[in-house]
Design a protein around this ligand. Sequence first.
Ligand code: ADP
Length: 252
Amino acid sequence: GLALILVDDRTQARRVEEVRRDFVVNVSHELKTPVGGLALLAEAIAGAADDPDAVSRFAGRMKVETERLTRLVAEIVDLSRLQAGDLLADMVVVDVGACAEEAVDQARVVAGARTVVAAPAGRPENLRIYGDHDLVTTAIRNLVTNAIAYSDDKTRVGVVTRRVDDLVEVSVSDQGRGISAQDQERIFERFYRVDPARSRRTGGTGLGLSIVKHIIAGHGGSVSVWSEEGQGSTFTLRFPAAVGETRAVGTP
Ligand code: ADP
């Protein structure tokens, strides 16, 4: 009855408020580190005025830190908008194959010559879903940039798109360091990193997979991970295919 609904609403409201509060605490913590680092670098520059080499070294580090901070702020904004549910306003028919190609192109810029990022395989199939092109591309790109960041140089990252019954799947595989079973449970939490030092070095923000999770949830899909430590990882996104786009021939 009504009472139950009210209780549910209140519980729900409390949960939303808790998530918001936790997020603010997380964010302030995450911002303190790079901002503190920049302050120290500025001080170091001020104290090294008579050493041009040191000044340019510190300035270079400031540039890298500033770029990471900029990305962090952009991702925080994206994630809070995704959490609030206001990024998924207009769902249209989207071709996941095209999103995967775009994501790989964007990620190749990050990879340089270090890692081979194979072109997405499986394009001719019917890969249409209802969704947001840019957000689907962002989700795939986050997986591909992670696959690059957590692999050794010269290994291969593979992207496969395919249609499986009423689902459209995208798999991103690497032959990198892999993720332990325990960590697999936690990596989708915002700001969780297995190895914070490595994440920092590769310019990570700890938000990539959390953003993936929210984008996929907003599309009614799922994300799963298979991984073996030292062997590599495969992340798979699954979306419901657009209705009326089934492969079966002759269905009424
Ligand atoms: P980050 O910005 O640190 O990469 P993510 O949310 O994208 O943040 O990922 C969370 C953590 O999950 C990473 O710090 C890393 O430890 C782990 N991880 C993500 N993708 C991979 C992968 N392909 N191989 C190994 N570890 C991964």
